[in-house]
Design a protein around this ligand. Structure first.
Ligand SMILES: [Fe+2]
Length: 290
């Protein structure tokens, strides 16, 4: 077991698999799971073809999603929404949900699960909920509606001005030049993970200095490119790539281009209020063996 579990998964590394639980027209490309050393998070991109449907089901983990392209209808508990690019949402643990795509083109979304699904077959990972129908229409997501359950919307107008990070676990200048827009957390009902947008402006120096956490993180890049150092190894990552940093894995990033770099980030378990981010420069080894 490496003491800095991490992975860089390119979209071209993944294979779309048809699955699951009687879905029609659904293909899933796994991007993160136990095979990468993850013990809290799993992630994939899901593609639901025109006319496709995922029947009503429930599972013993939370699932959040971010719409990357196309449109689909999600039904979660007793509400349904027509979702499009930039919409996000969340199905709580044990709450039935279903998808349909009555539109003329495929829909694609990023899917994040936590706690990590069990894989030994002794317990169900997903199960059909008999009689729970996938709706084929619903209202679109209204970013200003105060009482919408399970969903929200993100677009460029919501990127806050860059500055030092303010997050559960850490506030300060060790991560600077950053804009954060929270999407899935306890406010929407998530107990086990968070999902949020991170954007870094172009910069000459590392904007997120090397640090580590007592939780796992994943970063799914959607815009621009970044130079990272993950588990002590330099890397260049860009849109479509996913980076995984396990518990205590050191990592840092800076923008590698002259346009903003943006990713969708997830953390699990959720950070503590304090001491969730620890910096390498604050804890230098006293000697090479120290
Ligand atoms: Fe981090």
């Amino acid at each position: 077991m490496p003491n800095e579990p991490h992975a860089i998964v390119r979209a071209s590394d993944t294979t779309a698999e048809t699955c699951e639980i009687g879905a029609e027209g659904l293909s899933v490309s796994r991007m993160l799971g136990p095979e990468h050393g993850a013990v809290h998070l799993a992630a994939a991109t899901s593609r639901l073809g025109a006319g496709g449907e995922v029947p009503g089901h429930e599972h013993p983990f939370e699932e959040s999603f971010f719409m990357l392209s196309g449109r689909a209808v999600a039904t979660i508990a007793d509400v349904s929404y027509e979702l499009g690019e930039g919409d996000f949402g969340f199905a709580p643990l044990g709450v039935p949900h279903a998808w349909s795509n009555p539109f003329g083109e495929a829909a694609e979304w990023l899917r994040v699960r936590a706690p990590v699904p069990r894989t030994d077959g002794r317990t169900a990972s997903s199960r059909i909920v008999a009689g729970f129908e996938a709706a084929t229409s619903g209202p679109t997501v209204d970013p200003k509606a105060p009482h919408q359950r399970f969903v929200g919307h993100f677009d460029d107008s919501q990127v806050p001005p860059p500055g030092p990070i303010v997050m559960p676990g850490y506030r300060g200048y060790g991560i600077n030049n950053v804009s954060i827009r929270m999407m899935v957390d306890e406010f929407i009902g998530a107990e086990h993970h968070t999902l949020f947008i991170v954007q870094f402006e172009p910069a000459e120096v590392f904007s997120a200095r090397e640090h580590f956490h007592p939780f796992e993180e994943l970063y799914y890049f959607t815009h621009g490119a970044a130079d990272g150092i993950v588990g002590g190894e330099p890397c260049r990552v860009e849109a479509g790539d996913l980076v995984f940093a396990g518990v205590n894995t050191t990592h840092g990033f800076t923008n590698a281009g002259d346009v903003p770099v943006r990713w969708i980030e997830a953390q699990a378990p959720k950070p503590t209020a304090r001491h969730g981010t620890l910096f390498v420069h604050d804890w230098p080894a006293e000697s090479p063996t120290g």
